[in-house]
Design a protein around this ligand. Structure first.
Ligand code: ADP
Ligand code: MG
Length: 249
């Protein structure tokens, strides 16, 4: 299997040099393989969100290195910028990602910055909107006027509109009703299957993890506690319970 992302000895410390200083991720090393569907689970505060924000260069390591296609993503400003288009990241609170005047412009932000022409941008916007279930009748609305669930869908659409090679989603189902969750999960699975893209899905839902991921990582206190196929991970029932995680029902 070919590596697409490699993380070496990653540590991230918030507020370094202050009394509140604390390492949210501690000396983590991990390879992510091209085309795999990786699930990341762990109790609140275990460092999942901090970790995944390093995969597209949004956060810079306090120490350690993140490689994309074998190269340090922080080797230059241009390189870090380019990685943003290849590794699409849907935040845990994506409503904070919306800042344009209209839904259309918000979804178009990524593809425009990729340097696509107007027609390509339009095609990408429609692809993203369809993927995330954003009706075209909302294109001229202000993102501020949308419901929580709609905002989340627009944020997902904006990331999908880049057709990223690696798709990273941080608890993407929060705020959606059960039908909406199923629909988004099915679309993620279809995107993964049909494009061979790599997917990293952060979720606290063990059933979702078990049903979708080919490999699971369990995080505990900023480190990897378990790494393996779901059926292997779920044999560690006592350890998972101790971490506040159940096994799928
Ligand atoms: P998870 O996504 O698993 O809930 P996080 O990465 O959000 O974990 O948080 C890991 C730890 O880092 C927690 O103790 C959290 O309080 C802390 N943390 C997260 N974001 C920040 C921040 N911006 N500033 C300071 N501490 C933070
Ligand atoms: Mg989180």
């Amino acid at each position: 299997m070919e590596e697409i992302i490699r993380v070496e000895n990653l540590t991230h410390t918030y507020g370094e040099g202050t009394p509140f200083c604390r390492s949210a991720v501690q000396d983590m090393s991990l390879a992510i393989y091209r085309g795999e569907f990786l699930g990341i689970i762990g109790h609140t505060g275990s460092g999942k969100s901090t970790f995944i924000q390093h995969l597209n260069g949004l956060l810079a390591p306090t120490s350690g290195t993140v490689f994309f296609d074998g190269e340090d993503i922080h080797r230059s400003k241009e390189a870090t910028r380019d990685v943003r288009f290849q590794v699409g990241l849907v935040f845990q609170y994506p409503e904070h990602q919306l800042f344009e005047e209209t839904v259309y412009r918000d979804i178009a932000f990524g593809p425009k910055n990729m340097g696509l022409n107007e027609q390509e941008v339009d095609e990408h916007v429609r692809f993203g909107a369809k993927f995330a279930g954003v009706d075209e009748s909302l294109f001229e609305a202000s993102p501020l006027d949308l419901s929580g669930g709609q905002k989340r869908r627009v944020a997902i659409a904006g990331v999908m509109a880049m057709k990223p090679e690696v798709l990273v989603l941080d608890e993407p189902m929060a705020g959606l009703d059960p039908a909406g969750c199923r629909e988004i999960l099915a679309n993620i699975a279809e995107y993964h299957r049909s494009t061979g893209s790599t997917v990293v899905l952060v979720t606290h839902d063990m059933d979702v993890a078990a049903e979708n991921a080919e490999r699971l990582i369990v995080m505990r206190r900023g480190k990897i506690a378990l790494d393996g196929a779901p059926e292997e991970i779920f044999t560690h029932a006592a350890e998972l319970r101790e971490m506040g995680l159940g096994i799928p029902g």
